[in-house]
Each structure stands twice: as structure tokens, then as C-alpha cells.
Write a protein that binds this ligand. Structure first.
Ligand code: T4K
Length: 398
């Protein structure tokens, strides 16, 4: 426990955590079950190219998402590229800037121009009201992102896109198991994309998927992700290799087995953080609608420096020195503040810029305990209570 500011590890004290407590550590799963599946795949001597474990994984993801079709891929970035390519997008695609760079980079990589819209500060997701102004004759689609598991204003987004004759797709990298107005993420828009990266609530080590009810689109993507095999002249680009391996599917299936318990654990973490930090002035939780389903993988707080007296970045440094590695949740800044977009298409997005500068992603997941959370929150409260001294000491030491 810290008694005086000099006890903080940032100023030479002993770190509160002996070993680093990371944000987004992989969730727990049944190792024996994973090894069973890997053994089975090795015995089966079929290790990729639509093997039985991949097919089983696709079926289970489709069931969870409540859709007809799932094409599993090597990661979500490639899934986004396959989707945009398979849907014949061209020219410009409208998307939020407040997302991980992968959403924008996927478009750019296949020669599309991301056009960034501001967020609705109430949801953190793309503001449907901002879309009409961003549409040009070159626009071919709108891409929403269900940021940190909180869903976009799906109906409004679909309406404004339809009014402009555009399809909507969703980057649902954070959204598996979440819902909007009671409907499960996966079935919105023309198609959605999940990520099964190591840091996600369901992990396949690396992995992704396109889910959709559109059989034709699913067929095209399935062909494109396997060098274009299966359909003649699927596209000018022929196809690519975006397949998921049997080893990744073995992990994905085992992680899916643990999905309910991971979500229960995440929910308990989220509640614990709220209990510990709700009374701290200047800290606001990125809340989840209690009537909706959520995977609670991300615990995000927003800091108002005028009230806490400590900047977001200094608080992150205080925690990091204590081995409590909280993060800027999308690897701030936002996409429009990153190259190549900053130079190509300068734009001001005030709500995005404000939110991205103030948010912190706190350690959660099924390896983080109630006691870990108590200690992280004690550090945050201590830093806020002593913010003036922490800030001036930090200035003196620089
Ligand atoms: N769309 C959105 C909205 C996304 O957030 C993402 C990915 C994508 C699309 C693309 O999905 P994928 O193509 O990746 O399937 C991480 C992840 O690599 C990335 O998947 C994720 N979003 C993004 C938000 O975070 P980095 O570069 O920030 O990861 P890194 O290495 O800094 O690690 C983050 C934290 O996780 C650290 O605290 C360490 C911990 N960690 C990480 C790994 C890989 C572990 O504890 N164990 C691990 O194995 O991108």
C-alpha cells in the first residue's frame, strides 16, 4: 500500500505488482481439451484448407452469431479485406476514425480510401447523423465498428446508408456475444467481421471470420480466401490465402467452450471496477447497456483531467511503473491522426479526438482476480487523491 507519493514506483518505491499485470491477457481455457484436439488433427493428417475443425468452428460461430454463413480466416484484418473485395467496394468507404488501425488499413491495403466520420459521444461509435455529409459519388459503403463491445446505432446507420443507396458492413472485432435491441451481433448489415486474436474474448491464437446471411457473398469470400478456387474469374485479383488452420480452429473451439465462463468472469471484473471507482470524480465508465448482452472483455474508463487533476498519460505511467499495465485502448491516437491518413485527408473530428485522448483500458479477462482489481483501483485512487503532488514531482523529475 502507498502511504506517501514517494512510495510510488514512478518515484523509486517498490512496484505494487511483482510480475506485470497485463491488459488483454488471453482468457483461460481447458489446455487438455486443446491438446486433445491438436492430437486429433495431427492423427487426421489434415492441417488446413477447410479441415473438419475449421468447419466445426465455423458452424459454432455462425450459431453464436445467429447467422447462416461463417467463413473463418487467418485474422480479422484479412477478413475485412476479403469482405470489402468480395462485396466489390470501390472508391471511398465511410468509417469511424475511433477504431483500431486495422479497419482503415484493411481498406487502404486493397486500394480503397477510408473517409472518417466523427462518433456520437453517447455511444463512442460512428455518428449516423455525420454520414450524409461524408457521402460523395465515390462512396461505396459504410463500415460501422462496435467499439469495445458497445454496438453501433444499427437501425439508424442502416437507414441512413439505405437512404444513400449504400450497403453497411460491421467490424465486430470486439463484438462477439453482444447484442443491440436484443438482436445478436453478427446478423447486422450485409456482413460482419469477428476477430479471434489472442487478446479477444474468443481466441484462435490468430483468427477472424466473416459472418453473413448472404449466401452469394459468403461463397465469394470462401473462394477468395482460398486463392479464388471454386468460381471462375472471381475477381481481377484472383484471390488470396486467408484460410484458418486446424491448429487455430482447435484453439478457437476450446476458447468457445470457455466463452460463457470468460464472460461471467469479465462481468464480475467490470462490476468490481465500477464498485471501486464509481465515486472517483473525473472518472467515467464506458458503460454497457444492462438490457443488452455483452462480452465485457474491455473495461474502459474516461478521465477528465480538469476533475482528476492528473493527465491520462501520467496515470498510465504511474500504473506501468507499478507493473499494472493499463493501455490506451485502440493504441491511440485515432486513425485520422495517423499516417498515411493524416496527410492524405486532414480532418478535425472533435468528439473522437476528445474521447481518444482520455480513455484507458484496464486489465481484465479471466486471469485477472478481484484482488488484482482492488490493488489497481487503490493505485488509481491514490494517484487522483495526490494528483497535484504526483504531477509536480513528475515535472521536476523530467
Ligand atoms: N478491428 C478492430 C476494431 C480491432 O480492434 C482489431 C484488432 C482488428 C479489427 C483486427 O483484428 P486482427 O487482425 O488482429 O484479428 C492488439 C491486437 O493485435 C489486435 O488484434 C487488436 N484489435 C488490438 C486492439 O490490440 P496491439 O498491437 O495493441 O497488441 P499488443 O502486442 O500491444 O498487445 C496488447 C496487450 O495484450 C498487451 O497488454 C499484451 C497483451 N498480450 C498480447 C498478446 C499478443 C498478451 O498478454 N498476450 C498475447 O499473446 O494489437
Amino acid at each position: 500500500m502507498k502511504h506517501v507519493v514517494a512510495d510510488l514506483a514512478l518515484f523509486g518505491g517498490r512496484p505494487a505488482f511483482l510480475t506485470p499485470l497485463h491488459t488483454n491477457r488471453p482468457n483461460r481455457f481447458d489446455r487438455a481439451r486443446l491438446f486433445d484436439r491438436l492430437d486429433w488433427a495431427l492423427d487426421n493428417q489434415w492441417l488446413s484448407n477447410g479441415g473438419p475443425l475449421v468447419l466445426e468452428f465455423e458452424q459454432r460461430v455462425a450459431e453464436l452469431a445467429g447467422v447462416e454463413h461463417c467463413v473463418a480466416t487467418c485474422n480479422a484484418t484479412v477478413a475485412l479485406q476479403l469482405l470489402m473485395h468480395g462485396a466489390d467496394l470501390s472508391g471511398e468507404v465511410i468509417m469511424p476514425s475511433l477504431t483500431f488501425s486495422a479497419t482503415a488499413h484493411a481498406a487502404r491495403w486493397i486500394g480503397l480510401e477510408p473517409v472518417f466520420c466523427d462518433i456520437d459521444p453517447a455511444t463512442g461509435c460512428i455518428d449516423p447523423a455525420a454520414i450524409a455529409d461524408a457521402v460523395t459519388p465515390q462512396t461505396s459503403a459504410v463500415i460501422g465498428v462496435h467499439l469495445w463491445g458497445r454496438t453501433c446505432a444499427v437501425d439508424e446507420l442502416e437507414k441512413v446508408a439505405a437512404d444513400n443507396g449504400l450497403p453497411v458492413f460491421f467490424d465486430a472485432a470486439h463484438g462477439i456475444g453482444c447484442s443491440s435491441a436484443g438482436r445478436t451481433v453478427g446478423g447486422f448489415g450485409a456482413a460482419e467481421v469477428f476477430s479471434f486474436h489472442a487478446t479477444k474474448v474468443v481466441s484462435a491464437f490468430e483468427g477472424g471470420a466473416v459472418v453473413t446471411d448472404d449466401a452469394r457473398l459468403a461463397d465469394r469470400i470462401r473462394a477468395l480466401h482460398n486463392f479464388g478456387k471454386g468460381i471462375d474469374h472471381v475477381s481481377d485479383a484472383g484471390g488470396t490465402n486467408g484460410k484458418m488452420s486446424e491448429a487455430a480452429a482447435a484453439m478457437g473451439l476450446t476458447s468457445l467452450d470457455a466463452f460463457d465462463s470468460s464472460v461471467r468472469h469479465n462481468r464480475a471484473n467490470y462490476d468490481a471496477y465500477r464498485e471501486e471507482l464509481d465515486e472517483v470524480d473525473g472518472i467515467t465508465f464506458f458503460n454497457h447497456e444492462t438490457r443488452e448482452r455483452n462480452n465485457f472483455q474491455y473495461v474502459i474508463i474516461e478521465l477528465d483531467e480538469a476533475e482528476t487533476g492528473i493527465s491520462r498519460d501520467l496515470l498510465l505511467d504511474v500504473l506501468k511503473a507499478e507493473n499494472a499495465i493499463a493501455l490506451t485502448p485502440i493504441g491511440s491516437p485515432a486513425c485520422h491522426q495517423l499516417e498515411p491518413y493524416r496527410s492524405r485527408r486532414p480532418v478535425r473530428l472533435p468528439h473522437t479526438e476528445k474521447l481518444v485522448a482520455g480513455v484507458i483500458s484496464l486489465p481484465s479477462g479471466s486471469t485477472v482476480s478481484r484482488e488484482d482489481i482492488r490493488r489497481v483501483c487503490a493505485l488509481i485512487r491514490f494517484a487522483v487523491t495526490h494528483s497535484t503532488e504526483v504531477t509536480s514531482r513528475r515535472k521536476d523529475s523530467q
